[in-house]
Design a protein around this ligand. Structure first.
Ligand code: PLP
Length: 447
């Protein structure tokens, strides 16, 4: 490849590239010059722990040798439009069904997370003949117009007033709930009762699907209370509503099991995925449907499609990625390393600014507060994405980064989701950095 001077790259980036979720003035993007496992190096040679796997997708880590080798064979496969059968698409679909919940039967391939969710909505509407879609506050399902309407946080404001028939309900968020529940079961009963009411108010016969991240990720790794997801499943069965689980961030080992739903005792009707299927080495997403949903389309036209559905190259990378999870026992490793991380996270409560820590596997969030007693959040809801005028969280993640711990934040929560290949020693080293930065911030009264 032609060598271009770093200064020129950064200049062109600033002049010609529109950057997502950001004011464009004064963007000074760093570069990644090299990546290896859980680390990457910027243009100055500085080394970072990648503690958010870029955007929670690099599960197998940077520069994985098997995937690098796979790229050397890319040119050998003919490109083919979606109507053709190809070896990589057929193999990947089979491999995904083999690791998905037992009731799952077929895969529709898309390009990434958001468009997978758009297609899931269309599939649910077609299969049920109903039009309303329930999804939750404190969820993120992507930035396309459809997925933006599904999302239940501030990033959806730009698509409002939005699509009629997209209804929001509450996500259990026990740390910030005004009721102090005596048990998880009591919380579950409360949230399910409210959802049942909302279904009745909206008219069950008009509701095609309930759409949810089984464990909301970007909104702070909100692990649901006991029995909650199983209860939603029961409500779906009662009213003939399809249950759709967005596993775009939580899928492929992130939580210490293949899919987040595997932690619970229910099966969804539809699941969406992206990120970990190829770990971002090539863009790919998709919709997995149950036998029952698949059968509907035996005699009805599947009225959707994409130019690159099942793209030959991405599917080939997907096959190799799924082999890596198996060959390197990455799911079991993630579960074991999740316990190491959990131990470090639970110790963070000794810091005055740590309100809550939530974690499952290598999927974690640390929620910071101005005042532990009142739980006053560092950043009020809706004030992120350019409106956090004081810049508290960006200052905090900036200082983390300066100290070699790279991650991002959303509202007052800091994401911790390293590549699944991370070792015990590396977790401890990275968490030492996190604690030192937290201590520095508190000492200098920066919060
Ligand atoms: N769904 C969830 C749960 C996500 O976390 C994301 C992205 O972070 C998306 C969907 C959107 O995926 P993409 O950015 O690939 O469109």
């Amino acid at each position: 490849m032609k060598q271009i001077d770093d200064g020129q790259i950064k200049k062109d980036d600033q002049h010609y590239v529109l950057h997502a979720w950001a004011k464009q003035k004064n963007i000074h993007s760093k570069m990644i010059k090299k990546g290896e496992g859980v680390f990457f190096w910027d243009e100055s040679g500085k080394k970072y722990y990648d503690m958010c796997s870029q955007l929670v997708y690099l599960n197998v880590g940077h520069n994985h040798p098997k995937l690098m080798e796979e790229f050397r064979h890319i040119g050998e496969i003919p490109l083919a439009a979606p109507g053709f059968a190809t070896a990589s698409k057929a193999e990947l679909a089979r491999k995904i069904i083999e690791v998905a919940p037992k009731n799952m039967a077929k895969v529709f391939f898309a390009n990434g997370g958001a468009d997978s969710n758009d297609h899931a909505v269309k599939i649910a509407r077609m299969a049920t003949g109903r039009y309303k879609i329930f999804s939750r506050y404190r969820s993120y399902h992507g930035a396309t117009f459809g997925a933006g309407n599904l999302s239940g946080e501030s990033r959806r404001f730009v698509v409002e007033p939005g699509i009629p028939g997209f209804i929001k309900f509450d996500t259990p968020y026990l740390y910030r709930e005004s009721i102090d529940f005596e048990s998880e079961e009591a919380a579950t009963a409360f949230y399910l009762d409210r959802l049942n009411n909302q279904i009745l108010y909206e008219g069950p016969d008009s509701i095609a699907a309930i759409f949810m991240e089984p464990i909301p990720g970007s909104n702070g790794v909100l692990v649901p209370p006991k029995g909650y997801l199983e209860g939603v499943r029961k409500l779906c069965d009662k009213y003939g509503i399809l249950m759709i689980c967005d596993e775009v961030m939580s899928g492929f080992g992130r939580t210490g099991k293949m899919f987040a739903v595997d932690h619970f005792d229910f099966e969804p009707d539809i699941m969406t995925f992206a990120k970990g299927v190829t770990c971002g080495y090539s863009p790919l997403g998709g919709v997995i449907v149950s036998e029952k949903v698949a059968q509907y389309f035996d005699d009805h036209v599947l009225m959707t499609g994409l130019t690159y559905s099942g793209h030959t190259v991405s599917a080939q990378i997907g096959c190799a990625t799924l082999d890596i999870y198996k060959e390197e026992h990455l799911i079991d490793h993630a579960a074991a390393m999740g316990e190491v991380l959990a131990e470090r996270l639970e110790k963070l409560y000794r810091f005055a600014s740590v309100g809550d820590v939530r974690h499952i596997g290598l999927f974690a969030a640390v929620e910071l507060v101005k005042d532990k007693a009142t739980k006053e959040p560092l950043i009020a809801y809706g004030l992120d994405y350019g409106k956090d005028t004081v810049g508290l969280m960006s200052r905090f993640v900036g200082l983390l980064s300066e100290n070699g711990f790279y991650t991002y934040s959303h509202e007052s929560s800091v994401m911790i989701a390293p590549p699944l290949i991370i070792t015990e020693r590396q977790i401890n080293e990275a968490m030492d950095i996190f604690e030192n930065v937290l201590a520095q911030f508190e000492k200098n009264d920066l919060f």
